[in-house]
Design a protein around this ligand. Structure first.
Ligand code: FAD
Length: 287
């Protein structure tokens, strides 16, 4: 339960952090809130020789809500996501999801960047980023590039981020005004990761669903954007037939492990219930 020894670095700029990653290629980890990394180090599942603590890099903080795009710095904490009224007004599913992550103490230090860069299928924000079609901004020695959240996750703890890159921010297209939203998460107790969870955003015009996006947490090696399930809703009246078709399509792409949260079949069943509840709640909230 004691981590191996490491050198600790505390850069003040992104450039300095990128330089440190390059200097210690393969042996360095970014340290953000530490609430995923430190437990992994204690279990010796992560054994970095260099820790690059990003908490003093002010360029990584800040939430900007523009007309078309929301930009959130990687070091913004889950508590800061909850606290922003402007963000909650433009994209309320971010507050609803943040409030279902762990507990207040963890949310006070856990960052959005750490949550999405980690690659743990149990993290809640990656599915929400896929749902919203967000892009991750990555900076390395070679410059800046953007990767869609829907293309970022390769397997559990494997992502498209190169080891020399730091995730600097997340860019989210502002969802349509009046959209309905919901994140439904079943967990064994407060503070637990999901047995299964589902997020939905949708828009309704004249009783017909004009756009929909559905994503799932912790029912596969990666977060899942449920494209076929989303399409099952579009053009429908969101009645039982369309909801059941979306639930079936979402369940079909799950492949959860059997573990302490239940057997695989049970977790797939729960995923279907979460999808149904999320669609119904989002529908009820849509203006
Ligand atoms: C008891 C407990 C319960 C929890 N429950 C939940 C839960 O229900 N849902 C949930 O989503 N999370 C949960 N978490 C995890 C928590 O939300 C973490 O804070 C979060 O996943 C990681 O954020 P962090 O800032 O702590 O990152 P860290 O732990 O510091 O880093 C995590 C990983 O991401 C990398 N990283 C961090 N920032 C960057 C960056 N900017 N660029 C590149 N790489 C980076 C690190 O090198 C590391 O590999 C829980 C944690 C605990 C301890």
């Amino acid at each position: 339960m004691i981590p191996g020894s490491f050198d600790y670095h505390r850069p003040r700029t992104i450039d300095e952090a990128v330089g440190l990653l390059a200097d210690h290629a393969g042996d360095a980890f970014i340290l953000a809130g530490g609430h995923s990394l430190i437990p992994m180090m204690k279990l010796r599942m992560a054994t970095p020789e260099h820790l690059i603590d990003i908490q003093d890099i002010t360029e990584l903080s800040g939430i900007t809500v523009g007309g078309d795009t929301i930009e959130i710095g990687a070091a913004v904490t889950q508590t800061q996501l909850v606290a922003s009224e402007e963000l909650a007004s433009a994209c309320p599913i971010l507050r609803e999801t943040s409030l279902q992550i762990a507990d207040p103490q963890i949310r006070n230090v856990g960052t959005l960047g750490g949550n999405v860069a980690n690659g743990d299928p149990g993290n809640d924000m990656p599915a929400i980023m896929q749902l919203l079609d967000a892009e991750y901004v990555l900076r390395g020695n070679g410059g800046v590039r953007q990767v869609k959240a829907r293309e970022f996750y390769e397997a559990a703890y494997f992502t498209a981020r190169d080891e020399g890159e730091i995730l600097t921010s997340v860019q989210i297209p502002v969802p349509a005004a009046g959209h309905g939203y919901s994140y439904q998460k079943q967990k064994r107790k407060i503070g637990d990761y999901a047995t299964a969870a589902a997020g939905v955003i949708l828009s309704v015009t004249g009783g017909s669903c004009t756009s929909a996006s559905i994503a799932l947490t912790n029912v596969a090696d990666t977060p899942l954007w449920a494209e076929a399930a989303s399409n099952a809703l579009i053009g429908s009246d969101l009645g039982p037939g369309a909801v059941n078709a979306a639930v079936d399509a979402a369940r079909a792409i799950t492949d959860p492990a059997s573990d302490g949260r239940g057997p695989s079949e049970y977790r797939t069943h729960v995923a279907g219930i979460m999808v149904k509840r999320a669609i119904e709640t989002a529908h009820a909230r849509a203006a």
